[in-house]
Ligand binder design. Structure first.
Ligand SMILES: Nc1c(NC[C@H](O)[C@H](O)[C@H](O)CO)[nH]c(=O)[nH]c1=O
Ligand SMILES: CC(=O)[C@@H](O)COP(=O)(O)O
Length: 173
């Protein structure tokens, strides 16, 4: 069923292309491939670069980002995967804990786009993963890029005002 159109922000602009880590769980491979394609295109569109790492399932994505963030190499992260409801309550665990993990990392200052689909069936996932469809991979990348842009802007403002910037992000300091 068609719903209201979502408003998308204009793409942020960068003097220096951001380096993004795409962390994907190819638990449903075709779905994951569509999500990654959409994310790659969005990052390329702003002159950014990316690397891709795979994890077994959505539950591993927050941990993988937490580990990678400690390297201090990436400006932002995109978490991609798909959770389809099964017969047991495991669906709720995977959906809720993957989302909670990403949110907690985000609140610590990491720039993360959440592109983990949480759906009832494969068809719902397919239309959301398709870069020519709902393009949720591209949307997750766009979210990460907007956070990177905000982070850089605020750091720059801090510098121009002669303020020290507190290195309180994971992987800094
Ligand atoms: N059921 C789904 C999973 N389950 C696997 C978990 O994410 C995790 O890998 C396992 O519990 C080991 O820690 N993962 C998905 O990405 N999608 C699912 O539908
Ligand atoms: C996401 C899930 O929970 C699913 O893959 C697991 O299915 P089930 O609840 O039937 O074990």
């Amino acid at each position: 069923m068609a719903g209201p159109t979502h408003h998308a922000l204009a793409r942020p602009e960068f003097d220096e292309g951001p380096k993004i880590l795409i962390v994907v769980a190819p638990y449903y491979k075709d779905i994951a491939d569509g999500l990654v394609a959409g994310a790659m295109a969005e990052i390329e569109a702003v002159g950014g670069s990316y690397e891709v790492v795979e994890m077994p399932g959505a539950l591993e994505l927050p941990s993988a980002i937490g580990i990678a963030a400690r390297m201090g190499e990436y400006d932002g992260f995109v978490a991609l995967g798909c959770v389809i409801r099964g017969e047991t309550t495991h669906y709720d665990t995977v959906c809720n804990d993957s989302s909670r993990g990403l949110t907690l990392l985000g609140l610590q200052g990491l720039c993360i786009g959440n592109g983990i689909l949480t759906v009832e069936n494969y068809d719902q996932a397919a239309v959301r993963a398709d870069p020519q469809g709902q393009n949720k991979g591209g949307g997750a990348a766009a979210a990460a890029l907007h956070l990177v842009a905000l982070s850089r802007k605020l750091k720059q403002q801090g510098k121009s005002k002669g303020l020290g910037f507190t290195a309180d992000r994971l992987g800094e300091g």
